[in-house]
Design a protein around this ligand. Structure first.
Ligand SMILES: [Zn+2]
Length: 74
């Protein structure tokens, strides 16, 4: 009966460490994924921003939705 408790405890410890390792490798991967992001320029105000944060409209990019709408106004 004592062994059963020990095995259970060992499993919990094992699970805990596995979870800890996964979290550590996850953050490591995030920092390792320092792929240089392409910078784009807002067609309205000319500010530079990462492509993922920009609003794309065909071949041009904008920093915000307002600037994208602004362009279409006369
Ligand atoms: Zn802009």
């Amino acid at each position: 009966m004592k062994y059963l408790l020990l095995i259970g405890l060992a499993l919990i410890v094992l699970w805990f460490f596995r979870k800890l390792n996964r979290r550590r490798s996850g953050t490591g991967r995030a920092s390792a994924g320092r792929r240089p992001e392409r910078m784009v320029q807002c067609a309205r105000c000319g500010i530079h921003l990462p492509e993922s944060e920009s609003i794309r409209d065909g071949a041009v990019h904008y920093c915000c939705h307002e600037h994208r709408l602004d362009r279409h106004d006369p």
